[in-house]
Design a protein around this ligand. Structure first.
Ligand code: DQA
Length: 143
């Protein structure tokens, strides 16, 4: 199975940025461990701070890959275009957040992409990505 993890704006600064919210580990470090744990699957990683590049990446893999794990960062709360991109492709997308967006600023509870995603996982730190992989595997097994 081929999975792609997509991280949006400011998530290149994990491990540096607001450590009390997002933790002390960089995504690259976490990703290496994740790839070892799920070595029988192909898991790739893409990050961009640019909305259009995130959309291009969804289009690139969205008809071939088995699953996309998307942390769209703040674009989650604003981007109709990202929601449209998810709706346009066949590959199931799981919306992921490191923090519990419902326990933070009121505007973080709103998602412009959630209605087009298979489901949402939020609030489990970096473990949210692993839970999303497990959710995808179990979803794909049931098909
Ligand atoms: C985030 C939550 C968003 O509200 C925020 O803008 C982020 C990260 C998370 O993973 O908790 O950049 O998506």
């Amino acid at each position: 199975m081929n999975f792609l993890i997509i991280n949006g704006p400011n998530l290149n600064l994990l491990g540096v940025r607001e450590k009390s919210v997002y933790g002390e580990v960089s995504f690259e470090t976490y990703f290496q461990d994740l790839k070892i744990e799920y070595s029988k699957f192909s898991i790739e990683y893409y990050q961009s701070n640019v909305e259009g590049e995130l959309i291009n990446e969804i289009h690139r893999v969205g008809f071939d890959y088995d699953g996309i794990i998307l942390n769209a960062g703040a674009y989650t709360h604003t981007s109709i275009a990202l929601g449209d991109a998810i709706a346009a492709v066949n590959t199931p997308v799981i919306e992921v957040h490191i923090s519990n967006v419902h326990k933070r600023d009121y505007f973080r509870s709103k998602t412009m992409i959630g209605k087009d995603c298979l489901g949402t996982i939020a609030g489990f730190g970096l473990n949210s990505y692993k839970l999303a992989i497990e959710a995808l595997i179990s979803h794909l097994d049931k098909r």
